[in-house]
Design a protein around this ligand. Structure first.
Ligand SMILES: [Zn+2]
Length: 188
């Protein structure tokens, strides 16, 4: 049996939730209606005291200001389209309920319900908070890839691929350094 075949079998058996480590409480997302609901209700996972900015509240800063504000790796990823080494982000193992925000500008971009274990070594998500990202085609490697960036500050986050889990089939492969996790309860 191929890896994909095995994965398909496991998905059909409905054990995807336990594989992704989202725990027994996580509801498996069966169809696009479930995804639409997840996108609509992401605020349910937002910490009560977190003031979330809107994608339309554009944040533009000079390069020198970004360099001052951001940690070196976050600067390299967000402002220079760098890529962190696979397996290095502490957010790979983040399994608590909460919201992932842009490390540059605090814009909420993913909820914890949208995360899954892709096995790539980068935090991966099968959908996003609506309006969080803009995309462009990136020709840096031999094959064109779809780059995505924060709608509010323009910071680069990662690339989106079409080998994610159903029902979206999307894999938003995000640099952990471009994200900050805001747990629904307790401290980051
Ligand atoms: Zn941002």
């Amino acid at each position: 049996m191929t890896r994909r075949g095995l994965l398909g079998g496991l998905l059909a058996a409905g054990v995807w939730g336990s594989l992704t480590g989202r725990g027994a409480a996580a509801q498996p997302v069966k169809d696009m209606k479930g995804i639409a609901e997840m996108q609509k209700n992401w605020r349910a996972l937002l910490a009560g005291d977190f003031k979330a900015p809107l994608p339309t509240e554009e944040l533009k800063l000079a390069d020198a200001e970004w360099r001052k504000r951001l940690a070196p790796l976050a600067y390299e990823v967000l402002r220079k389209e760098g890529t962190e080494r696979a397996g290095t982000s502490p957010l790979n193992g983040e399994k608590r309920e909460g919201v992932f925000v842009c490390a540059g500008c605090d814009l909420p971009v993913f909820s914890s319900a949208m995360k899954y274990e892709s096995g790539t070594g980068w935090p991966s998500f099968f959908t996003t908070i609506p309006g969080a990202f803009g995309t462009k085609t990136d020709y840096k490697l031999f094959l064109p890839r779809t780059e995505y960036h924060c709608q509010r500050c323009g910071g680069h986050h990662g690339h989106v691929f079409e080998d994610g889990p159903p029902p979206t089939g999307q894999r938003w492969c995000n640099n952990g350094a471009a994200l900050r996790f805001v747990p629904k309860v307790g401290k980051a």
